[in-house]
Design a protein around this ligand. Structure first.
Ligand code: AOS
Ligand code: ZN
Ligand code: ZN
Length: 387
């Protein structure tokens, strides 16, 4: 029987990168609601990200987005973040907000537009060299809205050629991580719609090209934990973008829509070595907080991952394997559900306090006055957002 004390060494390693854009204003095509205290600069985003780490000990790095987070002096930004206790993390490219890319970027029929998109990724790699980031995350909004609009096969060939140019540019210690999404903003076909396509494209590139699994990017009912198991088995699970969705795109707080699904995903992450000390699987949030306050939204999110991770680590794998191998269906299911049903909140609170962290980070943040402080201080200037 695994005790809570047995799992704390692994819990200590849990690190969930937060995205800079989660602290900016975001919304839907219907409305972007501003939030008082929203950062106006990259530095203010990083200060808020560092606050999440300060209250939870779970978020030691912040992912950046180019061009949203472009600065002149990367060394200064890196020092600023490190002085606040966090590192600059994954660099996310953007080929979805330039008019030239309306009909494609890395897949476009015009070689000049493809080269422009490749050059944008070269710029991202230059940033990685300056920030010390390991991962270049590529999410492509590319696809088509109508049957017949595009040559889907030709786009795959051009995508492979463009990705190869980018892969050839990354450093020996860097990785290219290709994220898939089954739809949006393209509505008929998406050029990287599923894990199989991402896998095929990255497998053709080399060992430092990996798949990013965004938990909000699957058709309803998809067995996501199966994809996790398979990509770990293939050695091609590079990173997660954690979030939740009830129907369409992602961006809700991870675990809020379906904590059991998050638990099942983490069971496979642990089973596949994704939380081992030598694992290079990156855990990252990719969320937007359209109506809720951003910093507590991020704190809630990393705590949800921590709680489901603790439950998954308590799964009695020895007993489960025995039940599986003996074909005892209900015993195996009961062992699995016992772990999911374990309330770890008290143990986690005591463990946090033993490490000098607030027992209840959400309450501690609310009482800290930080939110009031930024709402009073951050007046004037342009609030950051998806732009
Ligand atoms: C878009 O839906 C994807 O999840 C992206 O990972 C993410 O939102 C993007 O990287 C932000 O630039
Ligand atoms: Zn994502
Ligand atoms: Zn997404």
């Amino acid at each position: 029987m695994t005790s809570f004390a047995d799992i704390t060494p692994t819990l200590e390693r849990l690190a969930i990168e937060v995205p800079s854009w989660a602290y900016g204003n975001s919304g839907t095509r219907f409305k972007v609601f501003g939030t008082p205290g929203t950062p106006r600069t990259v530095e203010e985003k990083i200060a808020d990200a560092a606050t999440v780490h300060r209250f939870t000990g779970l978020a030691p790095a912040v992912a950046l987005h180019i061009p949203w987070d472009l600065v002149d002096d990367w060394a200064a930004l890196r020092r600023y973040a490190e002085d606040l206790g966090i590192a600059l993390g994954t660099i996310n490219s953007n080929t979805f907000q330039d008019d030239d890319y309306k009909l494609g970027a890395l897949t476009h029929t015009d070689p000049k537009i493809r080269q422009k998109a490749v050059d944008h990724h070269f710029e991202c790699i230059d940033v990685m060299d300056a920030t010390g980031s390991r991962d270049l995350k590529i999410w492509l909004a590319e696809g088509s809205n109508y049957p017949g609009q595009a040559d889907m096969r030709g786009r795959q060939d051009r995508l492979a050629e463009s990705l190869q140019k980018i892969y050839d540019r990354i450093g020996d210690e860097q990785r290219l991580v290709l994220e898939y999404k089954f739809f949006e903003p393209a509505f008929y076909h998406t050029d990287v719609p599923d894990w199989g396509t991402s896998y095929v494209q990255v497998a053709a590139l080399g060992e430092r090209a990996m798949v990013c699994l965004d938990t909000g990017h699957h058709a309803p009912g998809t067995n996501i934990e199966f994809i996790v198991a398979q990509l770990l088995r293939l050695g091609k699970l590079g990173s997660f973008d954690f979030n939740s969705r009830f129907y369409a795109d992602d961006d809700l707080i991870v675990g809020s829509a379906d904590p059991f699904q998050l638990f099942r995903i983490l069971v496979e992450v642990i089973r596949g070595g994704g939380l081992d000390a030598d694992s290079d699987v990156a855990l990252m949030l990719d969320q937007c907080h359209n109506i809720e306050k951003k910093i507590p939204g991020q704190i809630r999110s990393v705590l949800n991952v921590q709680e489901m991770t603790a439950r998954a680590l308590l799964l009695d794998r020895e007993a489960l394997t025995a039940a599986q191998e003996s074909g005892d269906v209900l015993e195996a299911h009961e062992i699995f559900m016992d772990a999911f049903s374990t309330d770890v909140r008290g143990d986690l609170a005591a463990w946090r306090e033993s490490r000098g962290l607030p027992a209840h980070p959400m309450k501690a943040f609310a009482a800290s006055g930080y939110q009031d402080g930024i709402e009073a201080a951050r007046v004037g200037g342009t609030q950051a957002g998806w732009s």
